[in-house]
Design a binder for this molecule. Structure first.
Ligand code: FPP
Length: 239
């Protein structure tokens, strides 16, 4: 399909929730839910291209997720590594630029190294910017920004005086990325779960009932089309 040139939403952020419940409903181990979730990631990325969306941020692993059983964490890290590695040709084919927000250094070395390598190789791509939130926490991001400002001021690199919203925004993990216009959460839960707390101040929120593995590109496209219509007519989204 030809790429659309809609300018809204420029940035969509997604809390991919419900992989565990999807697996449980099928008597499968939780990791199978995450594996099925990757298929949804692939089809949503594909849909962003056809919809003309510039930025997609996916909440792939939160700082709170480190409290999960060791086996689930290592399974998720292995899936992430395999996803990154197998996706390289497609990222180049579709000019997707890969970015990360979060504490990349807390990830297993081979995952963070692979991530950095791919970010470098795709840095000049001008298609979709795919941002994975990994070991990410909204409060941690704001705290990291405050700490960085304090450090710079101590070294005399930043001028003193009042800390403004603009100064804080410049110290977030991806300061050049516009804030999300639309934030989607799947699985029927209606919480932000520490995701993009600063950036989502003015975002539209949409809560989808489907578990993430059941929410593929097709559902994503429906939500975007409805959100666009609602925006044009000044209504709320009821997709
Ligand atoms: C939430 O479901 C999902 C996660 C914690 C991880 C999301 C990860 C993936 C979709 C796969 C890897 C990601 C990429 C980008 C390759 P949950 O386990 O909290 O589900 P539950 O609430 O039903 O238990």
């Amino acid at each position: 399909m030809a790429e659309a040139s809609h300018s809204w939403p420029a940035h969509v952020a997604v809390i991919m929730d419900g992989n565990g419940r999807w697996a449980k409903q099928r008597n499968l181990p939780r990791i199978e839910g995450h594996r099925a979730g990757i298929k949804s990631v692939q089809s949503v990325v594909e849909s962003c291209r056809t919809l003309g969306i510039r930025y997609l941020t996916l909440y792939a692993f939160s700082v709170e997720n480190w409290k999960r059983p060791r086996k689930e964490i290592s399974g998720l890290m292995a899936l992430l590594y395999d996803y990154l590695t197998s996706e390289i040709p497609r990222l180049h084919r579709d000019a997707v630029r890969l970015r990360a927000i979060g504490q990349l250094d807390r990830l297993p070395r081979r995952v963070s190294q692979q991530f950095r390598r791919i970010m470098e190789k795709t840095a000049s791509h001008r298609g979709l910017t795919l941002i994975l939130a990994l070991s990410y926490g909204g409060r941690t991001e704001i705290l990291d920004a405050v700490r960085e400002i304090a450090k710079e001021r101590k070294k005399g690199r930043e001028q003193g005086g009042e800390v403004t919203p603009e100064i804080l925004s410049r110290h977030l993990y991806a300061p050049d990325v516009p804030p999300p216009d639309l934030l989607i959460r799947t699985s029927g839960e209606r919480r932000l779960s520490n995701f993009l707390l600063w950036e989502s101040a003015r975002s539209q929120l949409y809560f989808a009932p489907q578990m993430w593995p059941d929410f593929g590109g097709e559902q994503f496209e429906k939500v975007i089309v409805e959100a666009r219509k609602a925006r044009e007519s000044g209504e709320r989204i009821e997709a």
